[in-house]
Each structure stands twice: as C-alpha cells, then as structure tokens.
Design a protein around this ligand. Structure first.
Ligand SMILES: [Zn+2]
Ligand SMILES: [Zn+2]
Length: 345
C-alpha cells in the first residue's frame, strides 16, 4: 500500500445520536447541529412570514435555519430575539443571489443561476453575465469577496449549471447534491448528470467541494401538494463547538458536516488509514441500510450491507466519500476524505 496524505478533514465522532435534545456529542466538546441552508419567506416568493418559517424549523427539532430569500436579506435579529436559545436554535441571515442569464432566444425565459451567500447581512446584487459560466464565476466571486461561504444551488434547475466547469474559488465551495424543491431534477437525465454525479466530476477534477442537502422551502401552506416545496426534506448536520453563526459557517466551509434526507449517522470517522460510518438505526423499524464508499470518477470502491461499514485506503482513490441508502430510499452523504500521493523526497 502506498503511503497517503490525508489532505483535508480529519474527523472523528462517536456516540449516538449525533444530534438531539440540544446536546449532541455527549461529553465531547464538539456538538452536532441539524440545520437547513436554503429557505424562502414572503419577503421573496415563499408563502409564509419569516416568523412562521422559522417557527416550523424551531418546532421540528432543527438547530439552525439560514433564511435565503431571493436577492434580499431578511433581517434575523428580531427572529432570534423570539426563537434563539443557547445551543438550541439560531437563525442565520443569508441571501439566494438569483441571477438570470439570457437564453439566446426571444421566446424562452432566461437561465437561472442561483448561489446562496450564507451569512449575508446585506444583499449582494446578482453580478450577471453573458453565459452561465460567467454569471456563476462572478456571483461566487462576490460571495467570497464578502468573506462568506458560497453554496451553488440546484444545478439541474432548468438544466442550467450542470454542463459548466466549477468556477475558480479561494475556498471550498458548497454544492446542493439534493434540493427538496420538486422541480430541480436532482437525478439528472437525457445526458445531464445527476447533481451527485456533478459533485464527483468536480471532485475528480481536483476541486474541494462539499455536498449539501437542503429544503429550498417555499411553501408551508400546501403540505398535501406534491408540487409544493415543503420543509423537512433535506438538511445538513454540522459539527461545531457551539451554535453560533461564525462556528456554523466555519464548519460548513471546512466540510465538517454530512448531508441527509433522512438517514442519521451515529458515527463517522476519517483517520489516516480509512473511513468508517455507523447509522443511528432504530431496531424497531427494521430498516435496512446499504453503505457505499465512492472514489474518484464516482467509482464504487466498496459496498456493505448493514448499519456499519468501513473502508481502508489503498492510496490511489483520489478521495473517498460515503453514501448511505436505507430501504425506504432515504440517504446520508458524508464529505470526502481527500487523498494525495505522499510528496516525493
Ligand atoms: Zn434557486
Ligand atoms: Zn431557493
């Protein structure tokens, strides 16, 4: 086996569950916080007030919510005065920079390019561009110039982003590999890659990109409607020392989190030797789990059945990430462990 250098996160956690009761992580000094990084209110095209949207997440055992209205910043100080509580709940400001690129045909709408500025306290205007690639590059640059993490949203919405290269960046980017809005084509089609395949393509090109699952909440008032963008479909679980805006945004920017549509992890470890995960399964549910270890090019490195799995690095994988799928179709995705050949002497 070749020696390897673990180029990025080294993470270790134990104790089930990773979150809950406001004190995840047990005696550890770090905790795990469940949150959603993408939600709209009446201040853009959501159907509910900021108060109602935040209340939904507070009452459904989330620890934080980033409010990301289109091209405006919804103030959060008043919301936090009502809803925040130490290490229990926090509202983080944000914006979905919602750019439009000319489609080139007069009868077709513009092409949407949407990038979340997580933590934005003042609105960052869409930078525009003649092409999707140009608008994406300029919008990401504007978010980074503000010192904030940039989250590239729903790459297959109107099939806008998946065919372009990842823009340059000075820090790791976030990419929505799952978005709960029913019109965003997470799984790709007709030659366009799934959002998760796009993630592998960008990782395989040597970029450090972290995968996010989010709600893109628009609708609280139509829970029976399959075309509604209702809350509770996708989230992240973030490892941080405390529930503060700086700690959460910092951990997101370092990849100290996993994404989920329902599978909860009780353990996720990256060491110099390999990666392992364990699912917080409830035996009474009799749910079954498939754990897949995925490397460069989206290559399946190993598959195990059951609530626990581990993988030992060979050294040539490029990166190793974990996807857990349960027998009801719910998933969790860890961030990649980045491998590189040891420097030559
Ligand atoms: Zn959007
Ligand atoms: Zn949105």
């Amino acid at each position: 086996m070749r020696s390897v250098v673990l180029a990025a996160i080294m993470t270790c956690l134990a104790g089930a569950p990773l979150y809950g009761q406001g004190a995840p992580g047990g005696s550890s000094s770090v905790r795990w916080f469940k949150g959603n990084t993408h939600a709209h209110t009446l201040n853009s095209d959501g159907d509910s007030t900021p108060d109602d949207v935040v209340r939904w997440y507070r009452e459904h055992a989330y620890h934080f919510l980033v409010v990301t209205d289109h091209n405006v910043v919804t103030p959060v100080d008043g919301l936090n005065a009502v809803f925040a509580f130490e290490n229990r709940f926090l509202v983080i400001p944000g914006e979905e920079i919602s750019d439009v690129v000319p489609s080139g045909t007069s009868d077709a709408p513009g092409i949407p390019v949407h990038v979340n500025a997580l933590g934005a306290r003042t609105a960052i205007p869409p930078a525009g561009g003649a092409t999707v690639a140009e608008a994406l590059r300029r919008d990401v640059a504007a978010v980074e110039a503000a010192g904030l993490p940039a989250q590239i949203n729903h790459p297959n919405f109107q099939w806008a982003i998946a065919q372009v290269d990842l823009p340059p960046s000075s820090r790791p980017l976030l990419l929505e590999i799952f978005n709960g809005h029913p019109q965003v084509n997470n799984l790709g089609g007709d030659g366009s890659p799934a959002a998760e395949e796009l993630w592998d393509a960008w990782l395989s090109a040597g970029r450090k990109v972290f995968g996010v699952a989010s709600d893109d909440t628009h609708h609280l008032k139509r829970p029976w409607d399959r075309r509604a963008a209702s809350p509770g479909r996708g989230w992240v679980v973030v490892r941080a020392a405390a529930l503060s805006t700086d700690a959460i945004l910092g951990a997101l920017g370092r990849g100290e989190f996993y994404a989920s549509t329902g599978v909860e992890l009780s353990d996720w470890q990256i060491t110099s030797k390999g990666v392992s995960v364990a699912v917080a399964a409830r035996p009474v549910d009799a749910t079954r789990f498939r754990i897949e270890f995925i490397g460069k090019g989206g290559r399946l490195l190993r598959r195990t059945d059951g609530p626990t799995g581990s993988y030992e690095f060979a050294g040539d994988e490029g990166y190793v990430r974990v996807r857990v799928t349960d027998s009801n179709g719910q998933r969790a995705w860890t961030q990649p462990a980045f491998l590189a050949d040891a420097p030559k002497p």
